[in-house]
Design a protein around this ligand. Structure first.
Ligand code: SAM
Length: 460
């Protein structure tokens, strides 16, 4: 397991941020590309393989019937609450985005774009970390988790990390968040997002969520002096090794560069006409080589804990765990269309591997929750075998110590007493009940991206 740790001297992460922003812009372009005409064509003339996929997995044929793919943003809670004039604040974001924002009444701080072609990543509000793009169904998974100030929360399969941001925001600076993902590349984007939104007290682990076993940090557990001392020593040794390594690398690079320059001079002498092109190409290659090295190097060296105790695991289990599992992504129209363009749908031969992984993730997630604590299991798939069957697996395994509980009950009560001007329809959480009671499905036809959500309590 690799703990992503922060250097105290503030690293230059410009490359990393640029790369993550590029990725986000590409994603936005894809969203825009998935335009109404294409969608209409896809849904009106559903490919044979797609119908087969729906039938094989008991997915209702009309699940994806939409005219448009909705876009949502979440406004950072603190920014909204601290704004003096809320209407003016929203108006300024609307102007920045170039679209009117429609508030989602059942999900605080979420807004839907009136114009779904508007882009987020070029706006000031996005760049300054006031808003981020997040689908309302993803927000629903965190609503179900219901992080409260003081909670220790674990997010297994956390990257790229919008759910981490929402969790941390709901904790309001009081409590801890730990994120685990197996992909260091995706953790790179996660790191960028956390940095941008100035999210405090998040630990990131590059680790397999099926075996991850670091428990929650605990403010009240004293950190043994010998650990502090050995940590100091380790740090000094590492620093020394790092310096030596980078000196060695520089020496090797210098030798290589010298060699290449000699070759260039040789070439120069041989062929004056071709020379200029060769030199500039070689230079470009060298710069690219250096900047990619920098980006990879940066990834290894960050975490976001400004509290010392966060670096140590105690014997405390987590209050809340979310497993937003790796899945076939078929509930998301954008992914579905992307896959269908390549002629791919979720293939049965892949399912065994995926469901085994999901069982491992949910099982480990449950082990890490304390008694009385909660686990949320979610996927972006509508396949029973990745959802209800995984839920049933966990219920069978832990029989008397687990309860599948209603995920949204307390918010539905709240809605009854909300603003009188809001209609009942607007306040209703747009889920359908899954194939077993107390499991929840969000279908695109009901105005969000697709999602499966379930919530468990550890009772013993
Ligand atoms: C659906 S995405 C998670 C999205 C994320 N929760 C968010 O809201 O931004 C699934 C993630 O699971 C990660 N993953 C796959 N296998 C894993 C494993 N064995 N342990 C931990 N993470 C894993 C993938 O790298 C991927 O980032």
């Amino acid at each position: 397991m690799q703990f992503i740790a922060k250097n105290n001297d503030d690293n230059d992460n410009t490359k990393d941020i640029e790369r993550a922003e590029d990725e986000e812009e590409e994603e936005e372009e894809e969203k825009v590309e998935c335009n109404k005409d294409f969608l209409k064509e896809f849904l009106n003339n559903k490919p044979k393989e797609f119908i087969e996929f729906l039938n094989n997995n008991d997915i209702p044929l009309d699940s994806y019937n939409v005219k448009d793919i909705p876009r949502f943003i979440r406004i950072k809670q603190k920014e909204y609450e601290n704004s003096k004039d809320k209407n003016l604040f929203i108006k300024s974001i609307e102007e920045d985005l170039g679209t009117k924002l429609i508030p989602i009444k059942w999900l605080p701080y979420f807004y839907k774009f009136e114009n779904s072609n508007a882009t987020i990543s070029s706006t000031k509000s996005y760049k300054s970390g006031i808003i981020y793009g997040m689908d309302a169904s993803s927000g629903a998974a965190i609503l179900a988790l219901n992080p409260k100030p003081g909670d220790n929360v674990l997010d297994i399969c956390c990257a790229p990390g919008t759910k981490l941001c929402m969790i941390s925001d709901m904790l309001g600076g009081n409590g801890t968040v730990s994120g685990v993902d197996i992909s260091s590349n995706r953790l790179g984007s996660c790191k960028t997002i956390l940095k941008k939104y100035k999210i405090p007290n998040v630990r990131l682990f590059c680790s397999d969520g099926t075996t991850f076993d670091s428990l929650a940090p605990n403010k009240n557990d004293p950190i043994p002096k010998d650990i502090v001392e050995s940590r100091k020593k380790q740090k000094q040794i590492k620093k020394h090794q790092k310096n030596e390594e980078s000196n060695r690398k520089e020496e090797i690079e210098e030798i290589d560069e010298k060699k290449e320059e000699d070759e260039e001079i040789q070439l120069n002498n041989n062929n004056n006409n071709n020379n200029n092109n060769n030199i500039s190409n070689n230079k470009k290659r060298k710069i690219n080589k250096r900047s990619s090295k920098k980006a990879i190097f940066d990834l290894k060296d960050l975490y976001f804990c400004n509290e010392f105790y966060m670096r140590y695991s105690s014997s405390t289990l987590y209050d809340k765990v979310i497993v937003d599992a790796e899945c076939s992504l078929d509930a998301s129209i954008r992914h579905l269309i992307k896959h269908s363009k390549m002629g791919r749908y979720y293939a049965p031969e892949k399912s065994k591997q995926l469901t085994e992984l999901q069982k491992g993730l949910i099982d480990n997630g449950f082990k890490l929750v304390k008694v009385g604590g909660h686990l949320v299991y979610s996927t972006c798939s509508f396949c029973k075998e990745q959802n209800e069957e995984i839920v049933q697996f966990l219920l069978n395994k832990y029989k008397d110590s687990i309860k599948l509980i209603p995920a949204f009950q307390e918010f539905e009560k709240d809605n009854n007493s909300s603003n009188k001007e809001d209609t009942e329809e607007e306040c209703k959480i747009p889920y359908s009940i899954g194939y077993i009671p107390n499991t929840f499905r969000f279908y695109p036809k009901n105005g969000t991206s697709g999602m499966f959500i379930s919530k468990f309590e550890k009772i013993k």
